[in-house]
Design a binder for this molecule. Structure first.
Ligand SMILES: Cc1cc2nc3c(=O)[nH]c(=O)nc-3n(C[C@H](O)[C@H](O)[C@H](O)COP(=O)(O)OP(=O)(O)OC[C@H]3O[C@@H](n4cnc5c(N)ncnc54)[C@H](O)[C@@H]3O)c2cc1C
Length: 473
């Protein structure tokens, strides 16, 4: 017998489980089908474990320079297994939290692989879900009025660059390292690559980043990307841009070696390990898309702005539709889809209002247009930039590199983009996000009296700098 639901969600990652909570709040009978663990990539392979490791790396590097703060310590040593243990404890605690939230919402969880069936004896339209249960019990049949596909993504590699888990890793394998490699080549200088580069360098590894584009974190503002490069190089990371990695040159013996073409010349790089971070592919295979009219373009499911696929009762959200591939984007897409199903008339998401964060040391964060994009879109811009070195709290904190940059429209005074690099900017970006949501002008941001001494004063000062009236520069 098929079990009937208002909504079945395929995938219990950040997108899927948050959508389920919202659906339960709105009174929809809801089930989640999850083949792995509730919480998905973000909780088990992404945001949380990587940030736990980054925090240990940060503590390690602060303790090593504790004398600067007048604190004398003995020899500072790493216990990497303990660091991994701490990471797992945090993940477990949050995992239990998600399980509790599912129970609280009376959301049914099916542990198994879900597939969408075409028209069947159960329904004349595609959308019945068959679940191959992880425990080997008989397949469950679920008959939902609506479906949300939230199957997420997996690491990509370069054709020919085979992931072996020993010499060549993705972030999935790197999260389980039992010791810090002496040296590592990171292929790809995007967000994940840069976070790992920063972390492993702080743990003491010799790190080389090979990036194909002409700059690292190429989707960020030029100034931020240049400052990130300068600061990572200052701490010893080697960064090679314009490097086309040649997978066929990979050799594995004592160490791993790979060549890259740089300015027409081939250079060989060797290290204990190679971490490949060249983007993430949508999980769109094996879920029954072929039984529907759903479109897939360049490996991602296409949807309208309410996340409906071509089958209007089947929605898709999160990493499997591409776009920003961020946890908070996935969950808000899920909420929008559920509210649309319920007929709540939700506003569609304006992606220029979604903040993006990089948790390396230094951190970087942004919301809205980069300077280049704003100009490309035809805006005449005015820019305010304020360095952390002129902020008392940054000096107190011991981290005064970086800046806040605000880009505004000369014609309307609207804030078009805010870009930050420096201490705790990932926590500070939400003020800029709110300013964008409320359509604030730099003047209004500056009128928000920022308490002293705080790092957030840099935002107030950058807002004043837009009109050339910064106070402390
Ligand atoms: C190293 C790393 C660090 C990251 N750091 C951040 C960060 O700091 N901040 C941030 O915002 N984002 C970060 N991300 C990205 C973030 O993890 C993703 O954007 C987010 O997890 C997407 O959520 P999702 O629900 O779309 O997919 P996922 O979290 O991938 O969840 C999809 C779920 O679907 C399940 N599934 C797939 N197919 C089926 C099937 N057929 N049947 C049943 N279940 C299925 C999977 O098992 C999985 O649990 C990071 C990613 C990585 C890899």
């Amino acid at each position: 017998m098929a079990k009937e639901y208002d909504l079945v969600i395929l995938g219990g990652g950040t997108g899927g489980y948050v959508a389920a909570i919202r659906a339960a709040q709105l009174g929809l009978t809801t089930a989640v089908v999850e083949k792995g663990k509730l919480g998905g990539t973000c909780l088990h392979k992404g945001c949380i474990p990587s940030k736990a490791l980054l925090r240990s790396a940060e503590v390690f590097s602060v303790v090593k320079k504790s004398e600067e703060y007048g604190i004398m310590t003995g020899e500072v040593k790493l216990d990497f297994l303990k660091i991994q243990e701490r990471k797992s404890k945090i993940v477990d605690q949050l995992y239990r939290g998600v399980q509790h939230l599912m129970k609280q919402g009376k959301i049914d969880i099916y542990e198994g692989i879900g597939r969408i069936l075409g028209p069947s004896i159960f329904s004349p339209i595609p959308g019945t879900i068959s679940v191959e249960m992880n425990d080997g019990s008989e397949n469950e049949m679920l008959l939902p009025k609506n479906v949300i596909i939230a199957t997420g993504s997996r690491p990509r590699t370069l054709p020919g660059l085979e992931i072996d888990g020993q010499y060549v890793l993705t972030s999935d394998e790197a999260l389980h390292l039992e010791q810090v490699p002496q040296s590592i080549i990171i292929v790809g200088g995007g967000v994940i690559g840069i976070e790992w580069a920063s972390m492993l360098c702080d743990f003491g590894a010799d790190v080389t980043v090979l990036e194909y584009a002409d700059r690292i974190i190429p989707t960020e503002d030029d100034d931020v990307s240049n400052e990130m490069k300068r600061l990572l190089k200052k701490k010893g990371i080697k960064i090679v841009t314009g490097a086309k990695v040649l997978p066929e040159t990979l050799t594995r013996s004592e160490t791993a070696s790979i060549s890259a073409e740089i300015n027409g010349e081939t250079t060989e790089f060797s290290a204990e390990k190679i971490l490949v971070s060249v983007g993430r592919a949508g999980n769109v295979e094996g879920i029954g898309i072929e039984n529907t009219d759903i479109n897939v373009e360049k490996g991602f499911i296409t949807t309208n702005s309410y996340y409906q696929t071509k089958e209007s009762h089947i929605y898709a959200i999160g990493d499997c539709i591409g776009g920003l591939q961020l946890a908070h984007a996935a969950s808000h897409e899920g909420i929008t889809a559920v509210e649309h199903i319920k007929g709540e008339n939700p506003a569609s998401i304006d992606y220029s209002l979604v903040s993006k964060c990089i948790y390396s040391s230094p951190e970087a964060a942004s919301v809205g247009y980069t300077e280049a994009l704003a100009k490309e879109k035809g805006f005449e811009v005015k820019i305010g930039k304020f360095p952390f070195k002129a902020i008392g709290k940054a000096l107190v904190y011991g981290e005064s590199d970086g800046f806040v940059k605000i880009i505004a429209d000369k014609a309307t005074n609207d804030i078009l983009g805010v870009h930050m690099i420096g201490p705790h900017v990932t926590d500070m970006i939400s003020e800029a996000g709110l300013a964008r949501v409320l359509d604030a002008t730099p003047w209004e941001v500056a009128k928000t009296i920022h308490p002293h001494p705080t790092l957030s004063e840099a935002i107030g000062e950058a807002a004043l700098a837009v009109d050339g009236i910064a106070l402390h520069l």
